[in-house]
Write a protein that binds this ligand. Structure first.
Ligand code: IPM
Ligand code: MG
Length: 362
């Protein structure tokens, strides 16, 4: 395997601890020659703001554009609540996603058999759950203009906006995934209320007629989708939706799996026309968890599963990814758990020990 560069952005809060876990796992994979990954790290988020005055310093952005893949821990925390919006840790993350143009955010929700009892839903509803949310990540209300305070009229504006091309490119990714999985796709919006929703539905319908052979397409309103996710989540295979609905629905889907601490994500750009390479940003779905940061309590699984997605999609290492996924599953099956996913019979461990158990299973 050729040398591959991974830029690690620990970020804030528990991001630091889970990034250490990722480094240790990569070291172990490199030592056993399953991978040959060169890890670089850079400041990001609130930590970067404190050091440099920017949550996304130019050197970090350059390193991200240069790397074969970026793996991010988490950003944000109450200590940056009063920082101007454009300099907040979250703005650094949005800026990075936009600059890398990683418009397709893949958020799988897979229920590990060992965790089916930890879900807030009845075990039979989530056992075997395996769904994929494809969230549009670089447009919509997160980025639309005009936005901000309009002092003349004393009102505040956010703008939801989508072009046909922005919808089509994320729908194509969802079509490909649906084809590679169970063949079923739900496109989710609010076509009953929002102009962008009606347009989204039309664009996806038209594209499906042209390019969607073999895919069973359903349209669903976002509020109904939230309800269906907690009523009967196994009806879903692939869901494609906009930036804001995808943010909400993916947190909801994450909790079905037993813990927000379990869910990875991958964000991909279009393939480069000459190299065929997609820029890629991998991140756990959970946040920086300031309440437990620095206490060695964080669950490293979502971060390590994000690393596994990086191996699979960016480093052409499906074997190494399978090995890592298997190691995580075995540790969970042995009932070694961090507190967030523990039950009465679990051996409760911290982030460091959980990582060591996973490494031992590689
Ligand atoms: C996520 C997070 C981010 C988002 C925040 C931290 C900007 O909630 O990745 O789901 O809203 O996209
Ligand atoms: Mg979110």
């Amino acid at each position: 395997m050729t040398n591959n560069t991974l830029l690690l952005l620990p970020g804030d809060g528990i991001g630091q601890e889970i990034a250490r876990a990722a480094t240790q796992v990569i070291d172990a994979l490199n030592q056993s020659q399953r991978t040959a990954i060169e890890v670089r790290t850079a400041d990001f988020g609130g930590t970067a703001y404190d050091r440099t005055g920017s949550p996304l310093p130019p050197a970090t952005l350059d390193a991200a554009m240069d790397a074969d893949a970026v793996l991010m821990g988490a950003v944000g925390g109450p200590q940056w609540d009063d920082v101007p919006r454009a300099l907040r840790p979250e703005a650094g993350l949005l800026g990075l996603r936009k600059a890398m143009d990683v418009f397709a955010n893949l958020r799988p929700a897979v229920c590990f058999p060992a965790l089916a009892a930890s879900s807030s839903l009845k075990q039979e509803l989530v056992e075997g759950l395996d769904l994929m949310i494809v969230r549009e990540l670089t447009a919509g209300v997160y980025f639309g203009t005009p936005r901000g305070h309009d002092p003349e009229n004393n009102r505040v504006i956010d703008t939801q906006s989508y072009t046909q091309a922005e919808i089509e490119r994320v729908a194509r990714v969802a079509f490909d995934l649906a084809r590679a999985r169970g063949g079923k796709l739900h496109s989710v919006e609010k076509a009953n209320v929002m102009e962008t929703g009606a347009f989204w539905r039309k664009v996806v319908t038209d594209l499906h007629a042209k390019e969607g052979a073999g895919i069973e397409l359903h349209h669903m309103y976002a509020d109904n989708c939230a309800m269906q996710l907690v009523r009967a989540p196994k009806q879903f295979d692939v869901i494609v939706t906009d930036n804001l609905f995808g943010d909400l629905l993916s947190d909801c889907a994450a909790m079905l799996t037993g813990s927000l601490g379990m869910l990875p994500s991958a964000s991909l750009s279009s393939p480069d026309p000459t190299t065929g390479r997609r820029r890629a940003l991998y991140e756990p779905v959970h946040g920086s968890a300031p309440d437990i940061a620095g206490q060695d309590k964080a669950n490293p699984c979502a971060m390590l599963a994000s690393l596994s997605m990086a191996l699979r999609y960016s480093f052409a290492g499906a074997d190494a990814a399978d090995v890592l996924d298997g190691a995580i599953a075995r540790v969970l099956a042995d009932n070694v758990r961090t507190q967030d996913i523990a039950n009465d019979a679990s051996t409760v461990v911290g982030c460091t020990a959980m990582t060591q158990h996973i490494i031992a299973q590689l």
